[in-house]
Design a binder for this molecule. Structure first.
Ligand code: ADP
Length: 224
């Protein structure tokens, strides 16, 4: 795992070193590359920051330092907030976000609102990023299961090969490394999602068909 971390950090570190060395070597006076190289170095720094931030969250979830702070809240409102925040990403991928509520009434759950916001943001962002290139859809659905609520985030995307499905929740595991990197992914999102759901003593599952799409489902306790 430690080896994984240093490997993941090496790529951005080496590229920053390369850009800075070239700039110091005289590139700074070359208008054809100076701004471009600074922008590339900045992007690599952003990548390192995301990795460190995500690893920090995982470590704190694992040590139990970040225990869920459960309250009762309306999950419909939360999904609407997540959709609003992801609207720009969705538009840039030409993907439509759909909320399929059972009825227009609030659906109250008992969970850590901030954490579930993180879960829904991660699942929605993935469903957008790994969707088909145009005309894709991401739908959030709810299923009543007595004391629990089942929440599904389903997309019309590229799908996940059967053999990778049980590994995607592992840290840094990516089906297509270059596609993930292109999208600014750290490979840690689903690991964080799984930790959060498990900290709530609930479960998360994936079902997926290549070129058809993926469905992620997790449960939450309903408010009493
Ligand atoms: P990343 O930062 O790479 O998106 P995640 O931990 O969120 O990392 O996801 C791990 C990998 O699982 C992704 O790189 C991608 O290959 C795959 N994946 C996750 N969500 C989806 C999805 N909705 N459709 C297809 N592939 C997905």
């Amino acid at each position: 795992y430690v080896g994984n971390v240093s490997h993941e950090l090496k790529t951005p570190i080496f590229s920053i070193q390369g850009y800075i060395a070239t700039l110091l070597d005289g590139g700074i006076d070359d208008p054809a590359i100076n701004t471009k190289y600074l922008e590339k170095a900045d992007k690599a720094i952003q990548r390192m920051t995301s990795i460190v931030r995500d690893l920090d969250a995982i470590t704190r979830l694992e040590t139990g330092e970040l225990k869920p702070d459960k309250t009762n809240f309306n999950i419909i409102t939360l999904v609407k907030e997540v959709f609003e925040a992801q609207e720009f990403l969705a538009q840039s991928h030409k993907v439509t976000l759909i909320l399929e509520a059972i009825h227009d009434k609030p659906i109250m759950v008992c969970a850590d609102r901030k954490y579930i916001h993180m879960v829904l943001s991660n699942l929605t962002a993935n469903a957008i990023k790994y969707n088909i290139s145009e005309g894709g859809k991401v739908t959030v659905k709810f299923y009543d299961m007595d004391a629990f609520l089942l929440i599904e985030v389903v997309d019309t995307g590229i799908g996940i090969p059967q053999s990778d499905q049980k590994r995607i929740f592992e840290r840094f595991y990516r089906v297509d490394r270059s596609r993930s990197r292109e999208q600014g992914g750290t490979g840690l999102g689903l690991s964080i999602v799984k930790h959060i759901i498990e900290a709530h003593e609930q479960t998360i599952h994936v079902k997926s068909t290549i070129n058809k799409g993926s469905s992620f489902t997790f449960t939450l306790e309903k408010s009493k």
